[in-house]
Write a protein that binds this ligand. Structure first.
Ligand SMILES: [Zn+2]
Ligand SMILES: [Zn+2]
Length: 271
């Protein structure tokens, strides 16, 4: 069983209205022993229809986190994290930001690619799925090489949640060259990946992000650092499909998964 959900949002993120306490209480009910809040910090997020900014008020978030950590200390371990939106021009600002707060873990995520948001259909218009997905992966590779201030690369193939055909024609083998390069660079830097079950919960994907074959390949390439997160934005999504994540880990040959404290991985045996 995987007892730690290391990717979740609360109302401190612009796209969630769940109170931190409700996320924690749901986590306790589901038998989790450790969770990490990873609110959104997407600097320079492009203008969008909904007018969302995705920049957390970190001081407010941190003080609320400290209150909750104390209140629930006997019942669950709560970690302080951030999901930082990587864009190639943000390396310096990312570094300054993440080192200004006592984060336990930093998830680096690609939400914006060359100024465009793959969440919207405009990103896919006028080109093939392959071109659109490749642009995403090329940008991930660029970010992996440019950034040092992240611990875990978030939902590595996130783009397939939103393409016109989602993951219907997508597999590791179609993009193996660039995906291998991404994984090799993550491993070389001593960083990790996550198994994100958020796309399953919202019904956009038939599998986790990244897909199980990428997790398998990561292990073959000697990747060891891996976390599991449901990317929950509401209480009932916490810990979603963790039995599936556990199977993916075991089938890939993992005997451990990770939690992070003070930006250092701790390996938890899969029982
Ligand atoms: Zn994300
Ligand atoms: Zn997230």
């Amino acid at each position: 069983m995987v007892y730690a959900d290391l990717h979740m949002h609360s109302s401190h993120s612009e796209d969630s209205d769940a109170g931190m306490e409700s996320m924690i209480e749901s986590s306790i009910e589901k038998g989790l022993k450790c969770i990490c809040f990873t609110e959104h910090m997407d600097m320079d997020f492009p203008q969008n229809e909904e007018g969302l900014s995705f920049e957390v008020d970190t001081d407010e978030y941190h003080s609320h986190y400290l209150e909750c950590r104390e209140k629930y200390a006997e019942r669950i371990k709560i970690l302080f994290g951030i999901e930082y939106g990587l864009q190639k021009h943000l390396t310096k600002r990312c570094s300054e930001y993440v080192n200004s707060y006592p984060f336990d873990m930093v998830i680096g995520s690609s939400h914006i690619v060359n100024g465009k948001d793959p969440y919207y259909s405009m990103y896919y218009e006028g080109r093939s799925e392959r071109e659109a997905y490749l642009e995403y992966f090329e940008s991930v590779l660029e970010n992996v090489k440019l950034f040092d201030d992240f611990d875990i690369y978030g939902h590595l193939d996130y783009v397939v949640r939103y393409g016109p055909n989602k993951d219907k024609f997508y597999s590791y083998s179609v993009y193996s060259d660039i995906l291998d390069e991404i994984l090799i660079n993550i491993i070389k830097k001593g960083k990790g990946i996550e198994i994100n079950t958020g796309g399953l919960f919202c019904g956009r994907c038939s599998d986790t992000n990244p897909c199980p074959d990428i997790v398998k390949r990561y292990k073959e390439l000697k990747g060891e650092i891996i976390t599991v997160g449901a990317d929950a934005h509401k209480p009932d999504a916490v810990g979603y499909a963790f039995d599936r994540a556990e199977n993916i880990l075991k089938e890939a040959g993992f005997e451990y998964y990770c939690i992070f404290e003070n930006r250092r991985p701790e390996f938890i045996k899969l029982l």
